[in-house]
Design a protein around this ligand. Structure first.
Ligand SMILES: NC(=O)c1ccc[n+]([C@@H]2O[C@H](COP(=O)([O-])OP(=O)(O)OC[C@H]3O[C@@H](n4cnc5c(N)ncnc54)[C@H](OP(=O)(O)O)[C@@H]3O)[C@@H](O)[C@H]2O)c1
Length: 218
């Protein structure tokens, strides 16, 4: 981590350049972090255009992660286990898990893990030497990139075992316009992943659209 450096606060790798990865790159633009997009095809025109737009670098997922202080997993759930196996141990690094273990359950769209397990815990198990924080999974990608127009600062919960990691992640969430809330240890991913389905249900099934988020007001 380059503390005290005026030019760069954290070196951040975003693994996955789809909706969430692109939104986070856009949201972090100009926030003094050094962002590298970890892409399977770093030469693709789409990835190059995103890198130009967001002033990010591009590398393979493993090279991006190796050079980063903080690694963001913005991957489809069914790709996560294999993808993190290629990233190395990520020892001591902060890993933000924004995935949701979505799939078909008894014929309906839902979470494939829950109650006594979670995706966040699985990621921490697959990366035992990393400091995993579950967050940025609870609202749609668009509102992660741009939320300054909302009447209240939107809330974003986080869960993880390492207090120092959560302090740094809280700063990053503020950079993205969120009000960070600590939900507790990584097992609290069991609460945060179903919470994402509350947003999805409202946004899509109930027709509320994607331009909103949760706020904690008192
Ligand atoms: N979309 C949302 O609004 C939203 C909100 C909150 C949380 N989430 C969660 O965030 C995660 C990502 O969602 P998304 O909507 O961004 O998905 P997406 O648009 O499908 O993008 C997924 C990205 O992952 C990359 N990828 C797939 N397998 C990979 C691998 N093995 N190694 C490296 N990269 C790989 C894809 O690369 P290619 O371009 O090369 O295929 C793509 O860039 C999901 O778990 C989702 O549930 C999504």
């Amino acid at each position: 981590m380059q503390r005290g450096c005026k030019e760069m606060l954290m070196r951040i790798a975003i693994i996955g350049t789809g909706s969430v990865g692109a939104a986070l790159a856009r949201g972090l633009k100009g926030k003094r972090h050094g962002v590298t997009l970890g892409a399977r095809d770093p030469a693709s025109a789409r990835v190059r255009a995103l890198a130009d737009e967001t002033a990010s670098a591009v590398a393979s997922p493993s090279d991006a992660a190796a050079a980063a202080d903080l690694v963001i997993l913005a991957l489809p759930w069914n790709a996560v286990e294999a993808a993190v196996a290629e990233l190395g141990e990520l020892s001591g690094k902060i890993v933000i898990d924004c995935t949701n273990p979505l799939g078909m359950v008894d014929g309906a769209f839902g979470l494939t893990l829950g109650h006594t397990a979670s995706g966040g815990e699985a990621v921490q198990r697959w990366l035992p030497k990393a400091r995993v924080v579950k967050t940025l999974n609870q609202v749609g990608a668009e509102i992660m990139a741009q939320n300054a127009g909302l009447p209240h600062r939107p809330a974003m919960l986080m869960a993880g075992n390492d207090a120092a990691a959560k302090t740094l992640v809280a700063g990053l969430l503020r950079d993205l316009g969120f009000d960070p809330l600590d939900a507790g240890d990584i097992t609290k991913s069991r609460l945060l992943e179903p919470f994402a389905l509350v947003w999805i249900n409202q946004a899509i099934a109930r027709g509320k659209g994607r331009d909103w988020a949760f706020a904690a007001i008192s």
